[in-house]
Design a protein around this ligand. Structure first.
Ligand code: ZN
Length: 280
């Protein structure tokens, strides 16, 4: 398989249970949130059935993810005290953001989130009793109080606020690095997504915005966000930062930009999209 040309929308069909007899299979071993990778490999790929058998690793649980070009794909949940087979190492999800194709990043992010979900819901959060896996959907259900536990997704907004040729970017108070990025925040219960955008911008930098326009979304598995990206225009107010969240926020002219997130992230895409429109 040509892994560098993997297109997740075209090549991957998600599924819950593998009912067919398997001759071939692919495996993504996950341990403590890290992914097993072959040392020296140019582009990441999952282990095939033979490599998985030869690795000597055993998983606590094998999670069927779906079919990758018709071949069943599994996330393999390993113990945290696992040892790497010779020639392999465990790699953090972050390194896939800079060193791999976006489709590979999404596939690995899916594997990691399914493993996280299973590990975190062995017991019921309400009564402490054991849960068991559903055969009809991706959930675990408490055997006593019947509460279902699905993989958790946290919807978040990310917004590029602009004023003509200027872009509002901020440096986060809680992350390392000197780069400036778009504003972001989690959706609260009871809130429409547009309300979140207005609220987050006002809370973080003290300004009001108008003309929200949905841009696109991105799965962001750190640990389980779904980023919904927007463009928005400045309406009124002066920048007044929320110091617990934001270290600095400013307007930057598009020809004089600071360090941006050097990753394939929706933040970067929003910025690039706006600058491209200004430059056209
Ligand atoms: Zn329960």
């Amino acid at each position: 398989m040509e892994w560098q040309s993997l297109n997740i929308q075209r090549d991957f069909k998600p599924g819950i249970h593998c009912v067919k007899k398997i001759d071939k299979s692919y495996h993504i071993p996950v341990s403590s949130g890290e992914i097993l990778t072959l040392i020296g490999q140019n582009s990441w790929q999952p282990l095939n059935k033979e490599e998985w058998n030869w690795s000597g690793l055993t998983s606590c649980k094998s999670h069927f993810l779906g079919w990758l070009r018709e071949i069943p794909l599994f996330a393999e949940e390993l113990d945290s005290d696992r040892e790497e087979p010779e020639g392999y190492k465990f790699t953090s999800l972050w390194s896939f953001l800079t060193g791999s194709e976006l489709s590979v990043f999404y596939l690995i992010g899916r594997a990691k989130q399914i493993v996280d979900w299973n590990k975190q819901h062995i017991f019921c959060g309400a009564c402490g009793g054991p849960t068991s896996e559903s055969i009809t959907d991706r959930s675990r259900r408490c055997e006593k109080c019947n509460i279902p536990y699905y993989p958790r997704l946290s919807p978040s907004i990310i917004v590029l606020v602009t004023k003509g040729e200027e872009l509002l970017l901020a440096r986060n108070a809680n992350t390392q690095g000197s780069f400036y990025s778009t504003l972001a925040g989690f959706v609260e219960p009871g809130e429409a997504i547009e309300e979140t955008v207005h609220r987050e911008v006002e809370e973080e930098v003290g300004i009001k915005i108008k003309n929200l326009k949905y841009f696109s979304s991105q799965s962001w598995p750190f640990p389980n966000s779904l980023m919904l990206g927007f463009h928005a225009e400045y309406m009124e107010g002066e920048i007044n930062i929320q110091e617990e969240e934001i270290a600095d926020a400013r307007w930057f002219h598009y020809t004089d930009m600071p360090n941006k997130p050097a990753m394939m992230s929706i933040s970067g895409w929003l910025i690039d999209d706006y600058i491209k429109k200004l430059s056209d």
